[in-house]
Design a protein around this ligand. Structure first.
Ligand code: ATP
Length: 228
């Protein structure tokens, strides 16, 4: 089953064509990388599938059905760093987020375990490393147990330990069956973490499919490498 299918999505900002008839399918259980250099349209694409922006043309389906507000509740997103309170604990911060999002409080311990922060649940956010802060942000996106987790450049701005932490977390979530869509401008990251990839450059889809197929194609890898 495809968790997400994009169908000829186009978006312009005035004269700038941010996305030009982009179509691809995200299979159930995949870690799907959207790979492209800065300005290629990744954030615009994620904003459309999370309903922050509207496509000018084309559309998408979720779980092979028209994307209704009800179905969108089954997606969890991390597009921008959430504003956590530095002087409150990880658990308290998640309780506040759950209340704002209208999600139940009973699953907070469970999401803290999923991101391996349960042992540190009572520590203040200010004592967390960058990687731990990002894991807490991913925990917030996992509230409500979404079928699809959408992450925009999840390792951006992290130190090497934090990067390794987040990449391992993404892989371990996928092992539990979580489908993940993540934007990245790093070819190396997509090779290490993702099962599937769509390469976009200046709003155009260059290739999409299984990482082993797409990245073994010399033309795609050349374009990808040159653009990173
Ligand atoms: P980055 O990694 O730098 O965020 P990206 O791949 O996510 O890049 P987008 O942010 O989607 O790319 O931008 C795609 C194109 O659209 C770029 O040329 C960008 O300058 C332009 N753009 C994005 N948002 C706007 C906006 N609100 N108004 C005008 N142009 C925009």
């Amino acid at each position: 089953m495809n968790i997400l299918s994009l169908n000829n999505i186009s978006k312009r900002y005035g004269a700038i064509i941010a996305l030009n008839r982009v179509s691809f399918d995200v299979p159930d259980g995949s870690i799907f990388g959207i790979l492209g250099p800065n300005g290629s349209g990744k954030t615009t694409l994620l904003s459309i599938i999370t309903d922050v922006l509207r496509a000018d043309e084309g559309g998408f389906t979720l779980f092979e059905k028209a994307a209704t507000p009800e179905l969108r509740k089954h997606t969890g997103t991390l597009l921008e760093t959430p504003n956590f309170y530095h002087y409150l604990s990880a658990k308290k911060n998640l309780e506040i987020t759950a209340n704002i999002k209208g999600k139940g409080l009973q699953q907070i311990d469970e999401v803290l375990k999923r991101v391996e922060l349960y042992e540190r649940r009572n520590s203040k956010f200010s004592t967390f490393s960058l990687g731990m802060k990002q894991r807490l942000a991913i925990a917030a996106a996992l509230l409500g147990n979404p079928k699809l987790l959408i992450l925009d450049e999840p390792t951006n701005g992290l130190d090497p330990n934090g990067i390794a932490d987040i990449r391992n977390l993404i892989k371990s979530l996928a092992e539990e069956g979580q489908t993940i869509v993540m934007a990245s401008h790093l070819l190396d990251e997509v090779e290490k973490v993702c099962t599937h990839v769509a390469i976009i450059k200046r709003g155009n889809l260059l290739a999409a499919g299984h990482v082993n197929d797409v990245l073994k194609n010399d033309d795609s890898i050349e374009v990808a490498a040159e653009s990173m």
